[in-house]
Design a protein around this ligand. Structure first.
Ligand code: ATP
Ligand code: MG
Length: 151
């Protein structure tokens, strides 16, 4: 289905502000004013809310979560950046596994499913999900999706 993704993500951000447990801020940036995409809105909503939930959960009080949308040729890039606890280097290759939880997250509630679902849904729409993370510095997730996915 066709929808305008900038507005769509802004709504998701406003919704998640209500559920953020901590005093955190979300900043939104995009070089685009509008971008019509042809994607499954339900899947995209779940991907983004899972990533925002993690960015919040694995960050300290009063930190800022940065969300960015860009376009590169026929792809839309959605970036979610936190300055939280990070992911230990030696565990990073297991991150998308079902039920995986990193060592530094064991005291934080979670089931280890959110990222596995996000990856699965991203791939259902012909996209890719990647991340960069440094322990105790923060994590950035990037979801890259075809603007026009016909599946
Ligand atoms: P839930 O199923 O409720 O989302 P969860 O958050 O533990 O539980 P995932 O979202 O799949 O599960 O994340 C898996 C693991 O990856 C987390 O337990 C945590 O160790 C690590 N992780 C995910 N996102 C981040 C992040 N932004 N910063 C630091 N660690 C993260
Ligand atoms: Mg999660």
């Amino acid at each position: 289905e066709h929808f305008e993704i900038i507005h769509f993500v802004k709504i998701l951000i406003n919704e998640s502000k209500v559920t953020l447990k901590k005093e955190q801020q979300i900043s939104f940036n995009s070089s685009l004013l509008h971008l019509i995409v042809n994607l499954d809105a339900k899947l995209l909503r779940r991907i983004i809310t899972n990533l925002i939930s993690n960015a919040s959960k694995y960050s300290v009080v009063n930190s800022i979560i940065n969300i960015k949308i860009d376009k590169n040729k026929d792809k839309v890039l959605i970036e979610i950046k936190d300055s939280g606890i990070g992911i230990p280097q030696e565990e990073q290759d297991q991150l998308f596994n079902r039920f995986f939880r990193a060592n530094n997250a064991i005291n934080i509630e979670g089931t280890g499913l959110g990222l596995n679902i996000a990856k699965h849904y991203t791939e259902l729409m012909g996209g890719t999900i990647s991340f960069e993370s440094k322990l105790n510095e923060g994590t950035t997730f990037c979801v890259e999706l075809p603007i026009n996915n016909n599946e």
